[in-house]
Design a protein around this ligand. Structure first.
Ligand code: GAL
Length: 447
């Protein structure tokens, strides 16, 4: 018997038991609630069963955190491609709101723990995937799909090791995002005689000028955006080699160089808006677009958002590598996985085929504000900013993002996040550095 139909029949049985129990005095109080809950569940199951019947019976549940601000529009564009190729499969979009997956990943963890996985979910290439989902035995190898679809010929060679373990490939990358982007308002800079900064010192000088003129120099949002800012300041202050060394143990977290980088971070924070904790990444990016702040450091999903708002590149917003990181591309990649115990494995494979396809990626990325993970997408489909990102991706030194899963697994990242939270509250650089040293020792390569 079809699983949904079985659930429906079981719920109907529970309902009739609850109704029968209404007759007995002891059950009179509990029964109405039980009946209500059972009715709701039965209605839900009936609707699902009816939809499945109408669509030929199959569905796929895809979990992400793309719910707005250019992100949902990108996903929708890919869903259109999926629906075109799979008219008989219902796409169940289980996106949970919250930038960088802060809320979604907590919901996902609860579901995985309860043995209730979505068929496929969004995960970042790198340590988030390998050190968390693969280590937890939660996702399936996709080697057969890679072979059948010829993906090894079209996905970047450098990306495959970040989604593989012991010869198994575990996800389908849909894009490449750049983390180290400094977005700015061209009119605000011009009105204040400020040039686009390329070094940390130039940036401080520019922000001093803006501050003296009564302009908010830097727009900042909630905690994860502070970690995002931190990783770009570490990169800009240390340079790419020493930045990479933080993640493989060859750069000493206790060194004077790291202390100097953290001092820079502390100083950058002094130029930010006081209400950062209550702003989403979109709110902070919007301050720049509206001319209420000069700079914002954010990944290039911000470009998808600016475009969704109808803004014009180089007029309403400009971009540059974050100060100190010219010639370096700090990357992350969104990818989709196949759950161990996926309720609809065939439909999930169909979804992954769309996610890895040229058509799917060409529909998704120009809207999302990212470039294709595939190397064969048509460049002319992309706007000015993304074309420049493509050039940089193929010519720059490439390093990984901390906030978006590349360089540290979840436990290490959580410890860094806790240390950052304390630092934001007390501004004590010595304590912050000590906590980062301890984090590397307990969860990183300094063990
Ligand atoms: C990142 C994700 C991006 C974008 C961003 C903001 O973690 O990789 O695709 O969604 O969060 O929500």
């Amino acid at each position: 018997m079809n699983k949904k139909l079985f659930t429906l029949l079981s719920l109907l049985a529970v309902m009739s038991l609850a109704l029968a129990a209404c007759g007995t005095p002891a059950a009179t109080e509990a029964a109405p609630q039980a009946t209500e809950a059972a009715t709701e569940a039965a209605t839900e199951a009936a609707t699902e069963a009816a939809t499945e019947a109408a669509t030929g019976g199959d569905s796929v549940e895809v979990f992400s955190w793309w719910t707005g601000g250019g992100e949902a529009a990108g996903l929708d564009a890919m869903i259109v491609v999926f629906n075109g190729a799979n008219p008989d499969i219902e796409f169940v979009n289980s996106a949970v709101a919250g930038g960088a997956g802060t809320n979604a990943r907590a919901v996902l963890a609860t579901r995985l723990q309860a043995g209730d996985p979505p068929d496929s979910w969004q995960g970042h290439a790198g340590q988030e995937l390998i050190g968390t989902y693969v280590a937890g035995g939660q996702i399936q190898p996709l080697n057969d799909l890679y072979e059948a679809e010829g993906w090894l010929e079209v996905m970047p060679e450098t990306l495959i090791p970040l989604i593989s373990q012991d010869g198994n490939i575990y996800s389908v990358p849909v894009n490449i995002h750049r983390a180290n982007v400094l977005w700015y308002n061209p009119a605000v800079l011009e009105a204040n005689g400020v040039a686009v900064p390329t070094t940390m010192d130039e940036w401080f000088a520019a922000m001093d000028t803006l501050q003296a003129a009564g302009v908010q120099p830097l727009a900042l949002g909630e905690q994860w955006t502070k970690m995002h800012l931190l990783e770009t300041v570490l990169l800009g202050s240390l340079g790419s080699d020493a930045y990479n060394g933080l993640w493989d143990g060859s750069t000493d977290w206790n060194s004077p160089e790291v202390k100097a980088a953290l001092d820079n971070f502390a100083k950058v924070l002094t130029y930010a808006n006081a209400d950062s904790a209550s702003l989403s990444w979109q709110d902070a990016a919007q301050l720049v677009i509206n001319g209420d702040a000069a700079f914002n450091v954010m990944g290039d999903w911000a470009e998808g958002y600016f475009r969704e708002l109808g803004k014009t590149p180089m007029t309403d917003y400009g971009w540059a590598p974050t100060p100190g990181s010219v010639g370096v591309f700090q990357f992350l990649s969104d990818s989709f996985v196949l759950a161990v115990g996926a309720p609809h494995p065939d439909a999930a494979a169909a979804w992954l085929k769309t996610a890895g396809s040229k058509e799917g990626q060409e529909a998704f990325n120009p809207v999302k504000g990212s470039i294709c993970a595939r190397t064969d997408c048509d460049k002319s489909l992309f706007g000015e900013y993304l074309q420049s990102a493509m050039d940089d991706w193929s010519s720059n030194i490439v390093v990984g993002s901390l906030t978006h899963g590349v360089v540290a697994n979840d436990s290490w990242k959580t410890e860094i996040d806790t240390a950052l939270g304390l630092f934001v509250a007390d501004s004590n650089v010595e304590n912050f550095q000590a906590a980062l040293v301890a984090a590397c020792a307990s969860s990183g390569p300094c063990k």
